[in-house]
Design a protein around this ligand. Sequence first.
Ligand code: AMP
Ligand code: ZN
Ligand code: FE
Ligand code: FE
Length: 289
Amino acid sequence: MVGVRIDLHTHSTVSDGTDSPEELVRVAAEAGLDVIALTDHDTTAGWEVAARALPRGLRLVPGAELSCEAMGVDGGRVSVHLLAYLFDPEAPALVAEQRRLRRERRTRLRAMAERMAADGLPIDPDEVLGGLAPDAPAGRPHLARALVRAGAVRTVDEAFARFLGGGRGYYVPRRDTPVETAIDMIEEAGGVTVLAHPFASSRGPTVTEETIAALAERGLTGVEVDHPDHDEATRRRLRALAEDLGLVRTGSSDYHGTNKTIVIGQETTDPDQFEELLARAGGAPVTAS
Ligand code: AMP
Ligand code: ZN
Ligand code: FE
Ligand code: FE
């Protein structure tokens, strides 16, 4: 298994990436990856297209990144992202919850767009929402790109820094899924779960080690240790925690195409850890037919 390159966290145009699922698998193969997971936010809509376009030699792990919330230190809720892999995409409870979340995403993005328009920013809420497929998981990167198109900012990063971050006045929160519920739903649907970028503090308040321990009890399979938003000290701390708790440790790029400066395969998962993840899941990756 030496030399096997595995990236378990990527986004396509089905959510807020800029490569279509077909392009994504091609780009992954060109980057020399052996395994790629497609983890669009709150949807499995890209799975079939990606599987059909899969180049020979590349294995596809179908997944999703679920928008969740967990208990914070002060009893408030903090936003967490839960990566889920190899689950039944038709499990009824999961399908219903993901549909609710996608509706919630639209309502929330419209509210943000309206606040921005009311404040004189060059944003047309109807145009931003109308430019998305009706059932697409709308996200802040879509607003960021609209700001870039209008010339209000130069980059998506600048849009986040100046307008879209929490505490910027335009931010509207969402009602996400309690992370415990999401872990149960994925387990029920035969899949495995990995807590995405748990200590990425630049995105806002994060979970604590105690919360991760409680989620491990609940059935969480792993944590994302190597992520572009984790510095070296954070990675060491998470790795040690994961070893203590018996959690699988992954590494992934969180590639979003040109919406971020990260390149695909920039961070990878240790092949032994990947095998462990598969052993705990029911299904196997998809291979080219
Ligand atoms: P939302 O789910 O609508 O709250 O938006 C969060 C999404 O925006 C996630 O996919 C993040 O990866 C992405 N994101 C957060 N901060 C930035 C940033 N500074 N630049 C680009 N994308 C970002
Ligand atoms: Zn995203
Ligand atoms: Fe995330
Ligand atoms: Fe992501």
